[in-house]
Design a binder for this molecule. Structure first.
Ligand code: NAP
Length: 534
């Protein structure tokens, strides 16, 4: 063990969080190692190469804001950037700040064990190599542990099959092919509308329809890019002030405080505008008042019926078990019109469930469908799944997975009692929203904590049990009364394909981002006295 390579900090993951954390820790003069499972940087945007993958947030509002030089240099070509462009951007960032020299690629972490005698973490990769570090920072993402469906026969299929989050680096052609897509979340929707353009025939297997709304993407001209850059300061300021760091934020009015005509006009306007306005910028009571939610749901249902020619198909695409916005709203580009194409069919799995994947295709309760390609857009073991896949052990060998069996318990979404010197970026119970905005704050807070430790010679930082209890209670209380907590989704921690993930729990902080930051800022301003520092 004495020969282990030692670091001040090990960061797991070279996505948006890990890259920025490395940049900040270098400023503290720390010796840092980033361990990245992939062969390149980018995290989510490295792995999710599926056809049609792109931002649902405005490109410029999603970018890093910490470097004025970077902001000046980088031009976005579309309002909602595609995955290849986003990945180019993150590679550009890695090169510009010379980040790669501290990143070990193909370094998937298998285990991280805390050793109280050394006040350090011993980190082991899947290939057996080991490292020791005073601090461990997880930058492993809330949506990074893909899950395959537990349908019998998945391994027997003889055609090509892909999970969207493990898409090959080489292009996949759908030209003339019989293609199946299973899953209709944000990923499935983006995939389906793209694959439908070229597939010989596409069959969509839908278990639960989601409420989707138009993305309305467009190109950014050089002149518009110049104008956008001139407004960056105000735009990032706005993102700091909105509820979830998006450009869009709740309308202060209640649904029933305006006339029916005004309401309809407002919704028409939102439906015709690019981006998340209809979800994030709607009436303030949309996600808490059942009657209000029923009205907006009826509005969007009418839109779906107008766009899909066959009323029976439209009926299948309209959700009935949850209201608009109570699950993450996929933004789409002519998604509903796809079902008007002759080469596309929709199979409703509530009527005819999949019985098995066969060597030649998919067998449902009433038919056998032959396929050349099956795409699994079946989602992730969200929020805690990426932690569960690493053997993380704290004081006295306590496993994080066991500690969180009944649901995550954290201090500010960043620290865990019993796991000293470990900090989480985008961990459970932190503010997610427009992720890079939240990441920058998270990283800066963790950097501040480590700067404090450096300045005071502290070698052991731990969240107290009381601190964790109080934050966890607060997060649970914030979730009360939210309609989104009454439906199964990754946001409520339900995944039918993962043992033990069949019941809902509070996985996310659902207060406002400004309130989250105010709470964390106050802790820092009081020199982290709420924590156990030694
Ligand atoms: P998801 O929302 O969890 O959707 C998974 C889909 O697969 C659901 O339709 C689910 O049906 C279906 N499914 C899972 N197991 C199945 C089974 N055994 N049989 C049949 N169907 C099955 O996952 P996702 O679409 O990958 O999206 C996850 C999140 O990633 C999004 O909500 C979003 O936050 C993020 N994302 C962002 C972007 C973007 O910003 N542009 C794009 C894509 C994703 P049920 O609903 O019935 O479970």
């Amino acid at each position: 063990m004495a020969t282990l390579k030692q670091y001040d900090a090990i960061v797991i993951g070279a996505g948006i969080s890990g890259l920025y954390q490395l940049y900040r820790l270098r400023e503290l003069g720390m010796k840092v190692l980033v361990l990245e499972a992939g062969t390149g940087v980018g995290g989510t945007w490295y792995w999710n190469r599926y056809p049609g993958a792109r931002f649902d947030s405005e490109s410029y509002s999603y970018a890093y804001s910490f470097s004025e030089e970077l902001l000046r240099e980088w031009n976005w070509s579309e309002h909602f950037s595609s995955q290849p462009e986003t990945l180019r951007y993150l590679n550009y960032v890695a090169d510009k700040f010379d980040l790669r020299r501290d990143i070990l690629f193909r370094g998937r972490v298998a285990a991280a064990h805390y050793r109280d005698d050394a006040r350090s973490w011993d980190v082991t990769l899947e290939d057996g190599s080991q490292f020791r570090s005073r601090f461990l920072i997880t930058a492993i993402g809330p949506l990074s542990a893909p899950t395959m469906p537990t349908i019998p026969g998945v391994d027997t299929f003889q055609g090509a099959s892909f999970h969207t989050a493990r898409w090959p680096h080489e292009a996949v052609s759908f030209e003339g092919k019989r293609v199946a897509v299973i899953g209709t979340g944000a990923t499935g929707v983006q995939t389906i509308q793209e694959v439908a353009k070229t597939a010989g025939h596409l069959t969509v297997f839908q278990r639960t329809p989601n409420w989707c709304a138009p993305l309305l993407n467009s190109k950014i001209s050089p002149e518009e890019m110049t104008r956008l850059k001139a407004g960056y300061k105000e735009m990032f300021q706005r993102c700091q002030e909105t509820f979830a760091c998006f450009l869009h934020t709740q309308d202060p009015r209640g649904t029933f405080e305006v006339s029916e005509a005004e309401r309809e006009a407002f919704w028409e306007k939102l439906y015709a505008e690019p981006g998340f306005g209809i979800w994030q910028g709607n009436f303030r009571d949309m996600l808490t008042d059942r009657a209000a939610n029923a009205l907006i749901s009826a509005f969007v249902a009418r839109k779906i019926r107008q766009r899909v020619k066959d009323p029976a198909v439209a009926g299948k695409l309209i959700p009935t078990n949850h209201g608009f916005g109570t699950r993450r709203v996929p933004l789409e580009t002519k998604y509903y019109e796809v079902y008007n194409q002759d080469n596309v069919a929709l199979v409703d799995l509530r009527e005819t469930p999949i019985e098995r994947i066969a060597p030649a295709g998919i067998k449902t309760s009433d038919a056998e469908y032959p396929f050349d390609i099956i795409v699994y857009a079946t989602g992730f073991d969200a929020v805690t799944g990426s932690f569960d896949r690493i053997d993380i052990r704290g004081v006295h060998g306590l496993r994080l997975k066991d500690k969180w069996q009944a649901g995550p318990e954290t201090y500010l979404g960043v620290m865990v009692n019993g796991f000293p010197n470990m900090a989480m970026l985008m961990g459970p119970h932190t503010a997610l929203g427009n992720i890079p905005r939240s990441i920058e704050y998270n990283v800066e807070w963790v950097t501040g904590l480590l700067r404090h430790a450096q300045a005071h010679g502290l070698t052991r930082l731990e969240a107290t049990e009381a601190g964790v209890e109080s934050w966890t209670d607060h997060v649970k209380a914030l979730g009360a009364g939210l309609l989104s907590n009454e439906i199964d989704s990754w946001m409520t921690g339900v995944n039918s394909n993962v043992a033990g993930r069949q019941t809902r729990r509070i996985n996310r902080y659902s207060g406002s981002a400004p309130a989250y930051r105010a709470r964390c800022d106050a802790v820092a301003a009081q020199d982290y006295q709420e924590m156990a520092l030694d």
